[in-house]
Design a protein around this ligand. Structure first.
Ligand SMILES: [Zn+2]
Length: 101
C-alpha cells in the first residue's frame, strides 16, 4: 500500500484502525475495514507520509502507527538487544530435583 507495489495477499500485513490507532492484524481476525501493508518499516513510513491509512480506512485525521511500527520492528524500542544471550539452564535443572530417597 505504501509503495504501491502489488504483492500476494499472504505477503502483506493487514492493519485496521481502532480509535485513531493503527493496529496490526497479522491473523486477519479484527473486524472492520482493513488496509494492507508490506511488513516493512519503510513501506509503513511511506504510507504514513502520504496519509494513505486514513484514506484507505475511511477515517478522519492522522492515525497513530506506533503499534504497527513496533510490530514491524520487534526489539527496536530498546537499544542494545543485539546480544540476546539469555541463559536458560534447562539442562542444569535436570539433577536439581529433590530426591527423597
Ligand atoms: Zn509496500
Amino acid at each position: 500500500m505504501g509503495c504501491r507495489t502489488r504483492a500476494a495477499a499472504d505477503g502483506l500485513l493487514r492493519v485496521v484502525a481502532v480509535d485513531g490507532v493503527l493496529i496490526p492484524d497479522p491473523r486477519r481476525r479484527l473486524p472492520g475495514r482493513g488496509a494492507w501493508l508490506h511488513p516493512d518499516p519503510e513501506c509503513l513510513g511511506r504510507a504514513e507520509r502520504r496519509s494513505a491509512f486514513p484514506r484507505a480506512l475511511r477515517v478522519p485525521g492522522p492515525l497513530d502507527v506506533t503499534e504497527v511500527r513496533s510490530h514491524l520492528q520487534p526489539g527496536c524500542s530498546t537499544s542494545g538487544t543485539e546480544s540476546g544471550t539469555r541463559e536458560t539452564p534447562e539442562s542444569v535443572n535436570h539433577g536439581s530435583k529433590v530426591d527423597p530417597s
